[in-house]
Design a protein around this ligand. Sequence first.
Ligand SMILES: *Cc1c(COP(=O)(O)O)cnc(C)c1O
Length: 422
Amino acid sequence: MDHFNYRGGSLHAEDVPLTEIVRAVGTPVYVYSTATLERHYRVFEAALDGMPHLICYAMKANSNLAVLKVMARLGAGMDVVSGGEYRRAKAAGVPGGKIVFSGVGKTREEMQLALQGGIRQFNVESLPELEALSAVANSMSMVAPVTIRVNPDVDAKTHAKISTGKSENKFGIPIAQARSAYAAAAALPGLEVVGIDVHIGSQLTDLAPYESAFFKVADLTGVLRADGHDIRRLDLGGGLGIPYRRANDVPPLPFDYGEVVQRTVGHLGCEIEIEPGRLIAGNAGILVARVIYVKEGAGRRFVILDAAMNDLVRPAMYDAWHDIVPLTEPAPGIEMADVDIVGPVCETGDTFARGRAMPPLAADDLVAFRSAGAYGAVMASEYNSRPLIPEVLVSGDQFAVVRARPDYDEMLNRDTIPAWLE
Ligand SMILES: *Cc1c(COP(=O)(O)O)cnc(C)c1O
């Protein structure tokens, strides 16, 4: 559920007509809904009710400081995967004790930064990382709290580029080697084992892979406790899918996910951590674009937008579907026609939709990509020297630009010409 609905024939974000935002900010523009962000967080809170837990928002989905502030004010922790994200979490006011540090390639500088600023735990992904972290902590006369990310070898049945829990993926330590990895961690002076971590992939549309992964984590908890490790936290990762295609998709509900958590690991007396990203932010954002031209090709009609793959890369990168709707509500029963919806970038991959049934569109019309709040703005680039596009946060009848559209000088001034070319 989200808060982008037609009212009086015009698409609104909460109580704000999107045309008003377009008038003020131009296109393309990302627009986020505070009420939707809050709603999704609370749905997870309710789903884990009765178990001690912390929801660590996976900010790589959308790390705009204003979005983080919305989450921080609700009491959310954060899952960070870089020193930059760690700095964003702190800038949004999240205490170090609520920040977990994930990622397969943490550098010594990032470890030092997090130890200095405070950290709930490092989710460690390899033996060399355990050794590096211990050495860094030791050199600071500190002890780093760690979980080890285990790879449970389950098939998340999601897109290959976002599946992470199979043995052939680069993530985690094979669960069969977990005992020796935990023994190694316990023997290192700079580390304190606090729990187990698992994250099997993203955009999961089935709970069964979670269930088998969490059962494996429950078994491992018993084994590791018998080995003398104080397993008191279970970080179960993120990955719950969202309905990108409203007419077809029926992903599992957070409530049912919570039931799986309860049934598989609820009896272990551990604090549960989860790291949802997409489900918090995905349907809390849209991308608004303007039609530049409608071009009649050989047997195809192309709708060319002012947004492109550099602004929203998911269709090009993951063959992802986004529902695309006009800002002006189509009249009931209006005739639809199949069109290709594309951007202006010089790549055939710059195609948002092929043969998509759409109501009539003409130059200057405005459209919205739904479900663009996660892995949208954060994955944007300036490819084709297109400046990053602005982000706007709505709350009720208010809106604010939370990232301004850079001007062209800002973009050009980042480059410098060496003296010998002057
Ligand atoms: C990407 C990621 C998440 C969030 O995944 P979503 O599909 O956005 O919920 C959580 N944890 C880790 C370790 C990740 O890499």
